[in-house]
Design a protein around this ligand. Structure first.
Ligand code: TRP
Length: 342
């Protein structure tokens, strides 16, 4: 079996923990929508099992999962074209993760920078699930034989680990069963940074709400956050290299570019020489015009909880149709008695 036998299939996941913000939209959702093409099978998952590797209040977890689903749909993902579901409804993810826990080595996991960052100095007190997180992520991807995985730059190491697991599994069992997945890494140009500090990624865990634009913010809040965004006293340059050493200015230009589907160069051609006092209101107007239809659609969907649950259940059913035979074949390869091909 060669790699080319795997049909192109996109998989990605987002954790339903906390609110969706502009960074998730431009860095993930918008790219997911772009990949929703007729010749690509696209599978997008709300990874609730990953979320509980750190404590989640049950009610809030359920709310965030539905809100994320509403955000996916409002951003343009079509449940008829993409498979949308929450991870826990497809038990094959956790089942394959167990096999991978027996393939991955302790040393590989200990090297993961996200583990080191999140567990910090208190590793003894971190959950076992947080340590095994990347093995479940590998299972998410490989249970579908996914070939392309769009993620942020911070997930690159986890995708390398996914490749290592696939290679070791194929090697240990003498098969060519799991594909070697291609990461589709988001470029620095599309990474959305904090509005308060251009060197930090926009994040739902930043204590300052002014650092991010939430997808549920209303027009006045969006405008206020952009008006107050940290900048420098210089005018905008007309060339890209004029943004070197100006992370906050670069961030706002990148956001403008991403929201208007232009390159940063094109934005500077238009705005070079202008002060932030002039640029910020234009950016605010653009952001409100792009985001408010999404947030109002999210709010509408959140009023129809049963509809969201139905979409997730339907998506899970479609996902299982792919995942079940792959798990059965895996079990058979590993030597589990009773595993019949579906
Ligand atoms: N770890 C990813 C993140 O925090 C989320 C995730 C879980 C994921 N499983 C995945 C992303 C599989 C891509 C593919 O962003």
């Amino acid at each position: 079996m060669t790699e080319t036998q795997f049909t192109p299939r996109v998989f990605s996941g987002i954790q339903p923990s906390g609110n969706l913000h502009l960074g998730n939209y431009l860095g993930a959702l918008k790219r997911f929508v772009d990949m929703q093409q007729p010749d690509m099978e696209t599978i997008y998952c709300m990874v609730d099992l990953h979320a509980i590797t750190v404590w989640q209040d049950p009610k809030e977890l359920a709310h965030s999962t539905r809100e994320l689903c509403a955000g996916f749909i409002a951003a343009g993902l079509d449940p008829e074209k993409s498979i949308l579901f929450n991870q826990s409804q497809v038990p094959e993810h956790a089942q394959l993760a167990w096999i991978f826990n027996c393939v991955a080595r302790m040393g590989w996991m200990q090297r993961m920078t996200q583990w080191k960052d999140k567990a910090g100095k208190n590793q003894q007190n971190a959950s076992l699930g947080l340590f095994a997180y990347p093995s479940l992520m590998a299972a998410d991807i490989l249970i579908y034989h996914a070939t392309h995985v769009p993620v942020g730059d911070d997930q690159k190491q986890h995708l390398e680990l996914t490749r290592d697991i696939a290679i070791k599994f194929n090697h240990d069992y003498g098969v060519d069963f799991f594909p070697i997945t291609e990461p589709v890494i988001e470029g620095a140009a599309t990474r959305v940074m904090s509005l308060r500090d251009g060197s930090k990624k926009m994040s739902k865990s930043d204590p300052s709400d002014m650092s991010r634009i939430n997808m549920t913010d209303d027009a006045d809040t969006i405008a206020k956050k952009i008006r107050k965004a940290k900048t420098d006293p210089e005018a905008l340059p007309s060339e890209l290299d004029g943004l070197d050493e100006r992370p906050e200015a670069r961030n706002l230009v990148n956001i403008y570019a991403a929201l208007s589907d232009q390159t940063a160069e094109q934005v500077l051609t238009e705005f070079g020489g202008k002060q932030f006092g002039e640029f910020k209101p234009m950016l605010a107007e653009l952001a409100v015009s792009k985001l408010s239809p999404i947030s109002s659609e999210m709010a509408r969907l959140m009023g129809e909880e049963a509809e969201i649950d139905r979409i997730l259940a339907k998506g899970a059913e479609k996902a299982r149709a792919i995942a079940t035979p792959i798990l059965q074949q895996t079990y058979e390869i590993v030597g589990m008695v009773g595993a019949k091909q579906g």
